[in-house]
Write a protein that binds this ligand. Structure first.
Ligand code: A2H
Length: 258
Protein backbone atom coordinates (compact mmCIF):
# COMPACT_ATOMS: atom_id res chain seq x y z
CA UNK A 1 0.00 0.00 0.00
CA UNK A 2 1.16 3.46 -0.85
CA UNK A 3 1.92 5.77 2.05
CA UNK A 4 2.00 9.16 0.35
CA UNK A 5 -0.56 10.54 -2.07
CA UNK A 6 -0.90 8.55 -5.31
CA UNK A 7 -0.89 10.55 -8.50
CA UNK A 8 -3.02 8.68 -10.96
CA UNK A 9 -3.89 9.39 -14.55
CA UNK A 10 -7.66 9.17 -14.95
CA UNK A 11 -8.40 7.75 -18.39
CA UNK A 12 -11.73 8.67 -20.02
CA UNK A 13 -13.27 5.70 -21.80
CA UNK A 14 -16.29 6.82 -23.79
CA UNK A 15 -19.32 4.57 -23.91
CA UNK A 16 -20.00 3.53 -27.52
CA UNK A 17 -22.76 1.03 -26.89
CA UNK A 18 -24.34 0.13 -23.54
CA UNK A 19 -24.89 -3.55 -22.78
CA UNK A 20 -28.50 -4.75 -23.03
CA UNK A 21 -28.69 -4.92 -19.21
CA UNK A 22 -27.33 -1.40 -18.81
CA UNK A 23 -29.85 -0.07 -21.32
CA UNK A 24 -32.64 -1.69 -19.35
CA UNK A 25 -31.39 -0.39 -15.97
CA UNK A 26 -30.64 3.12 -17.23
CA UNK A 27 -34.02 3.56 -18.91
CA UNK A 28 -35.46 5.21 -15.79
CA UNK A 29 -32.73 7.87 -15.93
CA UNK A 30 -33.10 8.57 -19.64
CA UNK A 31 -34.22 12.17 -19.14
CA UNK A 32 -31.14 13.01 -17.10
CA UNK A 33 -28.73 11.17 -19.38
CA UNK A 34 -30.18 12.53 -22.61
CA UNK A 35 -27.55 14.13 -24.84
CA UNK A 36 -24.65 13.24 -22.50
CA UNK A 37 -21.49 11.43 -23.46
CA UNK A 38 -20.82 8.99 -20.63
CA UNK A 39 -17.21 8.02 -19.89
CA UNK A 40 -16.04 5.19 -17.65
CA UNK A 41 -13.08 6.71 -15.79
CA UNK A 42 -10.15 4.39 -14.96
CA UNK A 43 -7.30 5.36 -12.60
CA UNK A 44 -3.89 4.13 -13.74
CA UNK A 45 -0.27 4.47 -12.60
CA UNK A 46 1.02 3.38 -16.03
CA UNK A 47 -0.23 5.91 -18.62
CA UNK A 48 2.56 4.89 -21.03
CA UNK A 49 0.96 1.44 -21.39
CA UNK A 50 -2.38 2.74 -22.71
CA UNK A 51 -1.46 1.63 -26.26
CA UNK A 52 -1.99 -1.91 -24.97
CA UNK A 53 -5.51 -1.53 -23.55
CA UNK A 54 -7.71 -4.46 -24.56
CA UNK A 55 -10.74 -4.02 -22.27
CA UNK A 56 -11.65 -2.54 -18.92
CA UNK A 57 -12.68 -4.10 -15.64
CA UNK A 58 -15.34 -3.33 -13.05
CA UNK A 59 -16.32 -5.09 -9.84
CA UNK A 60 -19.66 -6.85 -10.32
CA UNK A 61 -20.83 -6.03 -6.79
CA UNK A 62 -19.72 -2.41 -6.80
CA UNK A 63 -22.35 0.32 -7.13
CA UNK A 64 -21.32 3.05 -9.54
CA UNK A 65 -22.79 6.47 -10.11
CA UNK A 66 -22.98 8.44 -13.33
CA UNK A 67 -22.11 12.02 -12.47
CA UNK A 68 -22.63 15.25 -14.36
CA UNK A 69 -19.33 16.95 -15.23
CA UNK A 70 -20.32 19.69 -17.67
CA UNK A 71 -22.89 20.34 -20.38
CA UNK A 72 -21.76 17.44 -22.56
CA UNK A 73 -20.02 14.93 -20.31
CA UNK A 74 -20.82 12.57 -17.45
CA UNK A 75 -18.42 10.19 -15.64
CA UNK A 76 -19.08 6.69 -14.35
CA UNK A 77 -17.09 5.90 -11.19
CA UNK A 78 -17.60 5.24 -7.49
CA UNK A 79 -19.14 7.84 -5.22
CA UNK A 80 -15.90 7.91 -3.24
CA UNK A 81 -13.96 8.87 -6.38
CA UNK A 82 -16.37 11.61 -7.46
CA UNK A 83 -16.07 13.14 -3.98
CA UNK A 84 -12.29 13.27 -4.38
CA UNK A 85 -12.67 14.67 -7.89
CA UNK A 86 -15.08 17.34 -6.69
CA UNK A 87 -12.27 18.72 -4.52
CA UNK A 88 -9.80 18.59 -7.41
CA UNK A 89 -11.58 21.11 -9.62
CA UNK A 90 -12.59 18.81 -12.44
CA UNK A 91 -16.20 20.05 -12.71
CA UNK A 92 -17.23 22.89 -14.98
CA UNK A 93 -16.51 26.31 -13.37
CA UNK A 94 -14.62 24.66 -10.48
CA UNK A 95 -17.87 23.82 -8.68
CA UNK A 96 -17.67 21.24 -5.88
CA UNK A 97 -21.32 20.22 -6.06
CA UNK A 98 -21.88 16.57 -6.92
CA UNK A 99 -24.71 16.01 -9.39
CA UNK A 100 -25.62 12.33 -9.67
CA UNK A 101 -27.56 11.50 -12.82
CA UNK A 102 -27.91 7.74 -12.40
CA UNK A 103 -26.81 4.69 -10.46
CA UNK A 104 -25.83 1.26 -11.78
CA UNK A 105 -24.28 -2.00 -10.54
CA UNK A 106 -21.01 -3.21 -12.02
CA UNK A 107 -22.59 -6.47 -13.19
CA UNK A 108 -25.01 -4.48 -15.35
CA UNK A 109 -22.22 -2.46 -16.98
CA UNK A 110 -20.39 -5.65 -18.09
CA UNK A 111 -20.66 -6.08 -21.86
CA UNK A 112 -20.77 -2.35 -22.57
CA UNK A 113 -18.56 -1.30 -25.47
CA UNK A 114 -16.21 1.62 -24.88
CA UNK A 115 -13.45 3.54 -26.62
CA UNK A 116 -10.02 3.21 -24.95
CA UNK A 117 -7.73 6.15 -25.84
CA UNK A 118 -4.52 5.15 -27.74
CA UNK A 119 -5.56 1.50 -27.99
CA UNK A 120 -5.22 -0.37 -31.28
CA UNK A 121 -8.70 -1.76 -30.77
CA UNK A 122 -11.37 0.77 -31.84
CA UNK A 123 -13.88 -0.60 -29.34
CA UNK A 124 -13.29 -2.77 -26.27
CA UNK A 125 -15.59 -4.31 -23.66
CA UNK A 126 -16.23 -3.84 -19.98
CA UNK A 127 -15.56 -7.14 -18.19
CA UNK A 128 -15.73 -8.46 -14.60
CA UNK A 129 -12.67 -8.71 -12.30
CA UNK A 130 -12.86 -10.29 -8.84
CA UNK A 131 -10.21 -8.14 -7.16
CA UNK A 132 -11.39 -4.63 -8.02
CA UNK A 133 -11.39 -2.59 -4.82
CA UNK A 134 -14.21 -0.10 -4.28
CA UNK A 135 -11.83 1.79 -1.98
CA UNK A 136 -9.11 2.55 -4.53
CA UNK A 137 -9.00 4.82 -7.55
CA UNK A 138 -12.30 5.09 -9.38
CA UNK A 139 -13.37 1.44 -9.03
CA UNK A 140 -12.80 1.09 -12.78
CA UNK A 141 -9.55 -0.54 -13.97
CA UNK A 142 -8.33 -0.30 -17.52
CA UNK A 143 -6.80 -3.56 -18.68
CA UNK A 144 -3.35 -3.89 -20.22
CA UNK A 145 -2.61 -7.64 -20.36
CA UNK A 146 0.84 -7.10 -21.96
CA UNK A 147 2.17 -5.29 -18.88
CA UNK A 148 -0.10 -6.08 -15.93
CA UNK A 149 -0.04 -9.66 -14.59
CA UNK A 150 -3.38 -9.11 -12.84
CA UNK A 151 -4.98 -8.02 -16.09
CA UNK A 152 -3.47 -10.89 -18.08
CA UNK A 153 -4.51 -13.52 -15.51
CA UNK A 154 -8.05 -12.15 -15.32
CA UNK A 155 -8.45 -11.89 -19.08
CA UNK A 156 -7.19 -15.47 -19.48
CA UNK A 157 -9.75 -16.66 -16.90
CA UNK A 158 -12.51 -14.97 -18.88
CA UNK A 159 -11.31 -16.41 -22.20
CA UNK A 160 -11.14 -19.92 -20.72
CA UNK A 161 -14.45 -19.84 -18.85
CA UNK A 162 -16.84 -17.23 -20.29
CA UNK A 163 -19.95 -19.08 -19.05
CA UNK A 164 -18.66 -19.33 -15.51
CA UNK A 165 -18.06 -15.56 -15.49
CA UNK A 166 -21.43 -14.82 -17.15
CA UNK A 167 -19.91 -13.10 -20.18
CA UNK A 168 -20.23 -13.60 -23.93
CA UNK A 169 -17.17 -15.15 -25.54
CA UNK A 170 -17.33 -12.58 -28.35
CA UNK A 171 -16.39 -9.90 -25.79
CA UNK A 172 -13.02 -11.58 -25.18
CA UNK A 173 -12.17 -14.09 -27.91
CA UNK A 174 -10.67 -11.47 -30.27
CA UNK A 175 -8.36 -10.07 -27.60
CA UNK A 176 -4.61 -10.58 -27.68
CA UNK A 177 -2.03 -8.71 -25.60
CA UNK A 178 -0.35 -5.95 -27.62
CA UNK A 179 3.44 -5.41 -27.21
CA UNK A 180 4.04 -1.95 -25.73
CA UNK A 181 7.35 -2.15 -23.85
CA UNK A 182 10.50 -4.12 -24.71
CA UNK A 183 12.39 -5.40 -21.66
CA UNK A 184 15.85 -7.00 -21.67
CA UNK A 185 14.93 -9.99 -19.47
CA UNK A 186 11.28 -10.75 -20.27
CA UNK A 187 10.73 -9.60 -23.85
CA UNK A 188 7.87 -7.39 -25.05
CA UNK A 189 5.02 -9.23 -23.33
CA UNK A 190 6.28 -9.15 -19.76
CA UNK A 191 3.01 -9.99 -18.01
CA UNK A 192 2.20 -13.16 -20.01
CA UNK A 193 5.87 -14.21 -19.64
CA UNK A 194 5.87 -13.73 -15.86
CA UNK A 195 2.53 -15.54 -15.51
CA UNK A 196 4.08 -18.47 -17.39
CA UNK A 197 7.32 -18.45 -15.33
CA UNK A 198 5.44 -18.21 -12.04
CA UNK A 199 2.84 -20.77 -13.11
CA UNK A 200 -0.03 -18.36 -12.49
CA UNK A 201 -3.26 -20.08 -13.52
CA UNK A 202 -5.88 -17.57 -12.51
CA UNK A 203 -6.66 -14.22 -10.91
CA UNK A 204 -7.06 -16.17 -7.67
CA UNK A 205 -3.27 -16.86 -7.43
CA UNK A 206 -2.75 -13.73 -5.37
CA UNK A 207 0.70 -14.40 -3.89
CA UNK A 208 2.38 -15.21 -7.19
CA UNK A 209 0.55 -12.28 -8.80
CA UNK A 210 1.90 -9.90 -6.18
CA UNK A 211 5.44 -11.09 -6.96
CA UNK A 212 4.91 -10.86 -10.72
CA UNK A 213 3.43 -7.37 -10.37
CA UNK A 214 6.48 -6.15 -8.45
CA UNK A 215 8.91 -7.51 -11.07
CA UNK A 216 6.86 -6.21 -14.01
CA UNK A 217 6.63 -2.75 -12.52
CA UNK A 218 10.36 -2.41 -11.77
CA UNK A 219 11.57 -4.03 -14.97
CA UNK A 220 9.20 -1.97 -17.12
CA UNK A 221 10.00 1.33 -15.44
CA UNK A 222 13.77 1.02 -15.03
CA UNK A 223 14.76 -1.10 -18.06
CA UNK A 224 11.85 -0.82 -20.47
CA UNK A 225 11.95 0.77 -23.92
CA UNK A 226 8.74 1.82 -25.68
CA UNK A 227 8.09 -0.27 -28.80
CA UNK A 228 4.90 1.44 -29.99
CA UNK A 229 3.48 4.92 -30.48
CA UNK A 230 4.87 8.43 -30.69
CA UNK A 231 7.70 7.73 -28.23
CA UNK A 232 8.75 4.36 -29.66
CA UNK A 233 12.45 3.79 -28.97
CA UNK A 234 12.48 5.99 -25.85
CA UNK A 235 13.00 4.81 -22.30
CA UNK A 236 9.77 4.21 -20.35
CA UNK A 237 11.01 6.63 -17.69
CA UNK A 238 11.16 9.41 -20.29
CA UNK A 239 8.02 8.44 -22.24
CA UNK A 240 5.74 8.06 -19.21
CA UNK A 241 5.33 11.79 -18.36
CA UNK A 242 5.08 12.66 -22.06
CA UNK A 243 2.27 10.19 -22.79
CA UNK A 244 0.48 11.40 -19.68
CA UNK A 245 0.80 15.05 -20.71
CA UNK A 246 -0.41 14.25 -24.25
CA UNK A 247 -3.49 12.40 -22.96
CA UNK A 248 -4.34 15.29 -20.66
CA UNK A 249 -3.77 17.89 -23.40
CA UNK A 250 -6.06 16.01 -25.80
CA UNK A 251 -8.81 15.84 -23.18
CA UNK A 252 -8.69 12.04 -23.02
CA UNK A 253 -7.43 12.01 -19.43
CA UNK A 254 -7.00 14.18 -16.34
CA UNK A 255 -4.88 14.19 -13.23
CA UNK A 256 -6.47 12.49 -10.23
CA UNK A 257 -4.91 11.91 -6.84
CA UNK A 258 -5.89 10.37 -3.53
B1 A2H B 1 -2.55 -0.07 -13.22
P1 A2H B 1 -1.97 1.19 -6.38
CL1 A2H B 1 0.00 -1.96 -17.18
N1 A2H B 1 -8.82 -2.09 -7.65
O1 A2H B 1 -2.93 0.45 -14.56
C1 A2H B 1 -7.79 -2.84 -8.07
N2 A2H B 1 -6.80 -2.37 -8.86
C2 A2H B 1 -6.87 -1.09 -9.24
C3 A2H B 1 -7.93 -0.25 -8.85
C4 A2H B 1 -8.95 -0.80 -8.02
N3 A2H B 1 -9.99 -0.07 -7.61
N4 A2H B 1 -7.74 0.96 -9.41
C5 A2H B 1 -6.61 0.88 -10.12
N5 A2H B 1 -6.07 -0.35 -10.04
C6 A2H B 1 -4.85 -0.90 -10.67
C7 A2H B 1 -2.28 -0.29 -15.63
C8 A2H B 1 -1.22 -1.07 -14.93
C9 A2H B 1 -1.34 -0.98 -13.56
C10 A2H B 1 -0.17 -1.80 -15.50
C11 A2H B 1 0.72 -2.45 -14.66
C12 A2H B 1 0.57 -2.37 -13.28
C13 A2H B 1 -0.47 -1.62 -12.71
C14 A2H B 1 -3.28 -1.17 -16.35
N6 A2H B 1 -4.09 -1.95 -15.48
O2 A2H B 1 -0.66 -1.51 -11.37
O3 A2H B 1 -2.40 0.22 -5.36
C15 A2H B 1 -4.42 -0.07 -11.86
O4 A2H B 1 -3.65 -0.87 -12.74
C16 A2H B 1 0.25 -2.19 -10.52
C17 A2H B 1 0.25 -1.57 -9.14
O5 A2H B 1 -2.62 2.53 -6.26
C18 A2H B 1 -3.43 0.95 -11.30
O6 A2H B 1 -2.39 1.03 -12.31
O7 A2H B 1 -0.47 1.23 -6.44
C19 A2H B 1 -2.95 0.30 -10.03
O8 A2H B 1 -3.81 -0.81 -9.74
C20 A2H B 1 -2.95 1.23 -8.83
O9 A2H B 1 -2.47 0.52 -7.73
Amino acid sequence: EAVGPQDYTAIKMKVLDWSAKAQEKLAEYSDKLKGKNVFLVAATLRPETMYGQTNCFVGTHITYGIYNINETDAYLCTERAIRNMSMQKIFADGSTTIDKLAEIQGEDVVGTQIHAPLSNYPGVYVLPMENVLATKGTGVVTSVPSDSPDDFATLTDLQKKPDYYHIKSEWVNFVEPIPVIETPTYGNLIAPRLCELKKINSQKDKNQLAEAKEIAYKEGFYNGIMCVGKYSGEKVQDAKPKVRADLIASGEAFAYSE
